[in-house]
Design a protein around this ligand. Structure first.
Ligand SMILES: C[S@@+](CC[C@H](N)C(=O)[O-])C[C@H]1O[C@@H](n2cnc3c(N)ncnc32)[C@H](O)[C@@H]1O
Length: 481
């Protein structure tokens, strides 16, 4: 009957909205097996053979991680005590009681459940695939900072990482999760990463660059062993999980200095990106008008050049062939915004496989959303600084560096999200950029890249591998254009 079908449709769509809110996408068994095999090895079981191994999945769904752990432990002659927590009562009720899991129906992040199940000394293993709740989307946002540190945009999966690190045995316990790849280098999760690095070593990871299951994001798996004197990295940067597997060259040694001798990009330019308010403020003024400053969106920025007027763009769901902003149609606040931006600057694309920057020496353009802009701080040398910045960003060295900062933050596996905070940290080269600027102005992008690498003092081996990687991507970008 039609009426019943409508009711079913509503129920199905409510169920799907509820699933989205809980991040309830279950892990395929092959991925569960891979994680469990990596963390439940002979040594882990052997030193716990005299007692049950205490295992927790704080977002357990149907308990598949826990039952797979039990099988792996028992194959090695050990035994387990399994604790599964899930916020969803029907999920918990559906767990077969014969599986021997101590179930708890609770918001794991709330913490009220911990004392009743936590063993003295902590869990030997905390494992699972916690919910991924993007803080950018209204439906899944907690609306502010988490109770476990990190910035307001930190995904809930990172809160679960922090929770796991609190509950695991600090002396030999292991923590293994499937998480969205953005956790590896998202700025707002940096605090959680650093705290975990301080107490553990990442001893295993996996990344395929694919959407491994229903979750709408690229995922990875990471495993840590905790120890009072952990020998892991302590910089809170986990982008190596992606860079080591996706062909990104090693970071040039010149970038390993803690204090670059010529300072950083952020010392010479103010970097910022437009946000929602500017986007909505611009909409009434954008059109293929005859007059007004050209609007440069991220899609119009290629390394060293703008494709304005060459490539059509979509802005606010409309297509434009050469969009300009009619400044007279802006309100007072947006008029001030436009005036401040019509100065010499560099515009940098936001989601890209390599850094893509273009110089606007005469201050003729206005940046779209979410283009990153770099405004020279010294008005007397603004044009020279703008050219220097555009040149240094048009180099293998800077792009490899950016991947090592933000690998994993892109919407897809082959891009990174480029933001002002990251760019401000880029070291300024010690050598002269004059020839590189000349090459860039002449449209010789590869030559610019070679000369900037030389100005940075990148060794010839490092330059060879980064140039091979960078020029192949540059080729693809040029063919696309
Ligand atoms: C990605 S699923 C993973 C389930 C299971 N671990 C697996 O790998 O198949 C996430 C689970 O977390 C649960 N969940 C969401 N928010 C939670 C919270 N705050 N506390 C505990 N569980 C939560 C959801 O109900 C869902 O079952």
């Amino acid at each position: 009957m039609i009426g019943d079908r409508a009711t079913d449709d509503v129920a199905a769509s409510n169920a799907s909205a509820d699933r989205k809110q809980r991040g309830a996408w279950f892990t395929p068994q092959h991925l569960v097996d891979a994680v469990v095999e990596a963390v439940v090895d002979d040594a882990f079981v052997a030193c716990r053979r005299d007692r049950p191994i205490q295992v927790l999945d704080p977002a357990c769904g149907d308990g598949r991680f826990l039952t797979t752990v039990r099988a792996a432990v028992e194959r090695r002659g050990g035994s387990v005590r399994l604790v599964g927590v899930d916020v969803d009562a029907s999920t918990i009720a559906a767990i077969d009681s014969t599986l021997g899991i101590d179930t708890v129906c609770a918001d794991a992040l709330g913490g009220g459940w911990i004392d009743s199940v936590r063993p003295d000394g902590g869990f030997d293993l905390v494992i699972g695939n916690p919910p991924y709740l993007s803080q950018m989307a209204a439906a899944t946002s907690r609306g502010g900072s988490s109770g476990r540190g990190g910035g307001p945009y930190m995904d809930a999966a990172a809160e679960f990482l922090a929770l796991g690190s609190e509950l695991v045995d600090a002396n030999g316990g292991r923590l293994a999760y499937v998480v969205p790849q953005s956790i590896l280098s998202a700025r707002d999760a940096g605090d959680v990463r650093r705290r975990i690095d301080d107490r553990s070593t990442m001893f295993w990871s996996a990344w395929t660059g694919e959407r491994d299951f229903d979750a709408q994001v690229v995922t990875c798996a990471v495993a840590f062993e905790f120890a009072p004197s952990a020998s892991g990295r302590s910089d809170g940067n986990w982008s190596h999980v992606v860079t080591e597997r996706s062909g990104v060259p090693a970071l040039a040694s010149v970038f390993e200095r803690s204090e670059p001798s010529s300072g950083r990009l952020g010392d010479r330019v103010r970097l910022n990106a437009n946000f929602r308010d500017e986007y909505y403020g611009m909409i009434p003024a954008v059109g293929d008008h005859a007059a007004g400053p050209p609007l440069i969106t991220s899609g119009l920025i290629d390394p060293g050049r703008s494709l304005w007027g060459v490539r059509p763009v979509r802005f606010a769901k409309q297509r434009f062939s050469a969009p300009r902003i009619d400044v007279a149609a802006l309100d007072a606040k947006m008029t001030r915004w436009a005036e401040q931006r019509l100065v010499p600057k560099v515009l940098i694309a936001n989601q890209t496989p390599i850094l893509e920057a273009v110089c606007d020496p005469d201050g003729d353009w206005l940046p779209g959303v979410p283009v990153v802009s770099a405004y020279p701080l010294d008005p007397e040398h603004a044009v020279g600084v703008a050219w220097s910045v555009a040149a240094m960003l048009t180099s293998p060295a800077a792009s490899v560096w950016a991947w090592h900062q933000r690998g994993g933050t892109g919407l897809g596996p082959s891009a990174i999200r480029v933001g002002p905070t990251m760019l401000a940290e880029l070291a300024w080269p010690d050598g002269s950029l004059a020839d590189a600027i000349g090459a860039l102005r002449a449209g010789e992008i590869m030559r610019c890249g070679e000369l900037v690498d030389a100005a940075y003092g990148v060794t010839s081996d490092e330059h060879e591998s980064s140039m091979t990687w960078w020029s192949a991507i540059l080729d693809r970008i040029e063919r696309r254009s």
